[in-house]
Design a protein around this ligand. Structure first.
Ligand code: GLU
Ligand code: MG
Length: 439
């Protein structure tokens, strides 16, 4: 008897650890699995980036579904006889088919729905990713260099093709400043789709890198002391009809009043947000002064060390700025689930709209060059300097805890404090290596 090899389909989620985990079944069963997907259990959300569950509020109890979202179907078919990858991202649902209170994807959907219901606004976003490619050749002086592209060229063309084949609309691919560091950007998409794309992009990148004998890592720091891998979250707002409302030439930095309040909400809650947007122990090796990342909760125009940056536009009279104008949140990295990151940003922005907060001061210059009193006078808070401090800021921020809800916030704090404990006695090199492997 000969064996007919069978393809599998997986349904996955992006969890608190920013990992993509799921379960599979024979591809021939896809139609009958479309509604309920696969079984899932609450404690799975407590699996940390080292694959351990130091503590769980759920124990062995409870049952959930991981139901596939049709629009996230991802197929990597290389047409060369190698096994194809076929998977979906999904929503974690209760047996009653309602969103589970800790489901990251449902959390973002809830934030976006609140933004639309309360403020009549929709969010458009794009996640800009940097990553390190182990196995790529490196020549000193190759920062941004054409030479950096050569050794990985077979990967790159297949990667761009795979993004396009899966509807991810590649925008740019470039050699970055760091050794073996690259960056990839996608076209903007509506909020939930933008986060889906971010999760899918990371996995597609890892899968294709592996085929070419490389290992892609999005860990916030792979080469200590040089430069980190950031995730810069670009966003803009539209009204319900999809018309852009982010720009106003008369507003500060070109921001409309709504954008200004949204930005002010993000900056006010930035210390708490970091617990979710920069959620690993190593994240704080990247968020340091003079690292082209972010260190203070400030708004800058074309300033690549501001937490919120007003992005540049061509100053050409024949170009309509309205659909292009966007802000960028830079205190983020790929140790997080994009759903939780974007959901927290949306809730914080919405809070700014609810309170009609005035535009944050645009500070031109390095807040690090000012004394603490001067920063306080300008309303510039420090970002947390460790995951521990970020979690304390989250716990102290009543509004932010409320956006997450008691169950998710409790699980989140427990999960991340377990991660801190697991990293406590590691040497710096060991920690960098563990995170590089995890992300
Ligand atoms: N690598 C920097 C970061 O950690 C960003 C560099 C850039 O502006 O592209 O965010
Ligand atoms: Mg970059």
């Amino acid at each position: 008897m000969t064996i007919d090899a069978e393809d599998l389909v997986l349904v996955c989620c992006s969890d608190i650890a920013g990992q993509v985990r799921g379960k599979g079944f024979p591809a021939r069963d896809l139609e009958k699995r479309r509604r309920f997907g696969v079984g899932w259990t609450p404690t799975n959300i407590m699996i940390n980036c080292l694959g351990r569950i130091p503590a769980t509020p759920f124990g062995p109890r409870g049952d959930l579904f991981l139901a596939p979202a049709a629009e996230t179907e991802t197929i990597l078919d290389f047409g060369d006889g190698s096994p194809r990858e076929h998977w979906f991202l999904g929503d974690i649902l209760t047996l009653e088919e309602t969103p589970w209170e800790c489901c990251p994807r449902s959390f973002l959907a809830r934030a976006l729905a609140a933004l639309e219901a309360e403020a009549g606004l929709r969010l458009v976003a794009s996640f800009e990713h940097e990553f390190h490619m182990a196995g790529a050749e490196a020549r000193s002086g190759d920062s941004y260099g054409l030479g950096s592209m050569r050794s990985i060229a077979p990967f790159t063309r297949e990667f761009i093709g795979a993004l396009r084949a899966n509807g991810l609309e590649p925008d740019t691919f470039l050699p970055e400043y760091g050794t073996r560091q690259y960056e990839v950007t996608l076209d903007p998409a509506p909020g939930l789709e933008a986060a889906d794309r971010a999760v899918r992009l990371r996995e597609i990148c890892r899968a294709i890198a592996r085929r070419h004998g490389f290992a892609a890592s999005f860990s916030p720091v792979v080469t200590p002391g040089i430069v980190g891998n950031g995730v810069h979250i670009h966003f803009s707002l539209t009204d319900r009809a999809g018309d852009p409302v982010t720009f106003d030439p008369a507003g500060p930095g070109g921001m409309s009043a709504q954008t200004a309040s949204f930005a002010a909400g993000i900056l006010r809650h930035a210390p708490a947000l970091c617990a979710v947007t920069a959620p690993s122990v190593l994240s704080y090796e990247r968020l340091k002064p003079n690292s082209w990342s972010a260190c203070w909760a400030n708004l800058g125009v074309r300033d690549r060390e501001a937490t919120l940056r007003v992005c540049p536009l061509p100053a050409a009279a024949d170009i309509d700025p309205r659909p292009r104008f966007n802000l960028e949140f830079r205190a983020a990295d790929a140790a997080a689930s994009p759903y939780l990151q974007l959901g927290m940003l949306v809730f914080a922005g919405l809070q700014g709209l609810r309170e009609a907060l005035p535009a944050p001061q645009i500070h031109d210059g390095d807040p690090g060059a000012l004394g603490p009193e001067e920063r306080a006078r300008l309303g510039i808070q420090d970002l947390p300097r460790s995951l521990e401090a970020a979690l304390a800021a989250l716990e102290a921020d009543e509004a932010a805890m409320g956006w997450m809800g008691e169950t998710l916030a409790g699980a989140y704090l427990m999960h991340k404090r377990g991660e801190i404990d697991a990293m406590r006695d590691r040497s710096a090199d060991e920690m960098v290596a563990l995170y590089a492997e995890a992300y």
